[in-house]
Ligand binder design. Sequence first.
Ligand code: EPU
Length: 429
Amino acid sequence: MDRIRIVGGRPLNGTIPISGAKNATLPLMIASLLTEETLVLDNVPRLADVGQLQRILGNHGVDVMVSGKRPGERELDGQTLKLSAARIVDTTAPYELVSKMRASFWVIGPLVARTGEARVSMPGGCAIGTRPVDLLIMALERLGAQIDIDAGYVIARARKGLKGGEIAFPKVTVGGTHTALMAAALADGTSVIDNAAREPEVVDLADCLNKMGAKISGAGTPRIVVDGVPRLSGARHSVLPDRIETGTYAMAVAMAGGDVLLEGARPELLQAALDLIGGAGLNVSATNAGIRVSRNGAGLAPVEVATAPFPGFPTDLQAQLMALMCCARGTSRITETIFENRFMHVQELARLGARIHLDGETATIEGVERLRGAPVMATDLRASVSLVIAALAAEGETMVNRVYHLDRGFERLEDKLGRCGAEIARISG
Ligand code: EPU
């Protein structure tokens, strides 16, 4: 298993190209199931999760062609995927595949909308919490699907097609909103989604569906209206930049010091996070080319924040912020309100010398003068990258084990940081 070795203490200077967003790419790829024509996606990041979803979609009959491995200076550009689901050959998503990636459960919406039937394994719990799918099931029921649960599988049937309906989510859910959007796009009649997720990835999916011929309005607001259409066509769509990757590298610069252009990043996708770290002491400025972040080595101020659905501070940046606050001058408080168990990074950060006290959903972080390198390991993607951020400032060597978590969501992490002066290397095997 690969590891990443980091020796801390080097500032970051240069340019980091921001990749297409993982969490937009996954639902966009799944949307290819809605049409027999070809969906072309540009700016797709090269990530393990993208490869895994290609295999899952292949099982349903989607042909995927990949291009975009250009030589020379364009090598950091995203790839182009051409997805063609001319014929759905299998409407079952088996446990072996769904258990590897939770988002693959979302195939249930397009499959039942297009073929009248889907049989998808329940995804089960994961490292960050129980993560149920009850609200996704509720959304499909509101659209007229008949749901049965049998032997760990959710079976959705709508022999005569889905019907427009009213879906009011009691809690904001990104996956629930994606599922409702994709299913309602092909339903007969008008659907209204209330308390919809407003995340930029939801807007990106709605934009792409509209290019495919869907009639969706209000994406990005809490009330989305979908006028169902009988069929969707192919389209070409470029994936929006990854706001979590952007925020992660901004925090890396805040931690290590230096001056970096986050190329292609869009500030409006993560304003709450930029305001917060800006207030803590990072210089942040929007330019035509992206977002420029710099820190001159002065101390960081502590923060108090709770994670919240968009436009609030994202749960996917909570671990990274906590790593940063380990070195702030004073005591920070970070509350996690989205997932009940997203604190696995706490004990690993403690191995580096962090002083963090957990009380329910709130972590209190007492800034320390200096972190010290150590071997560490994390059990999810964002927790793993928080350890990389801490290591960039820690004295001596940190070895981050189980790098496959990072490969799920960060394209060429060691390459991007290494080009800006970090002492970082992947050790194979
Ligand atoms: N929830 C339910 N019932 C449901 C669905 C969700 O109770 O049927 C709860 C969840 O347990 C959670 C809350 O609602 O407490 C929000 O979950 P949501 O459905 O919004 O999360 P998700 O769609 O499963 C996506 C991202 C996550 C990100 C969350 C929140 C993707 C592939 N995943 O997950 O990203 O943390 O939204 O923004 O888009 C990551 O990239 O590391 C990651 C975990």
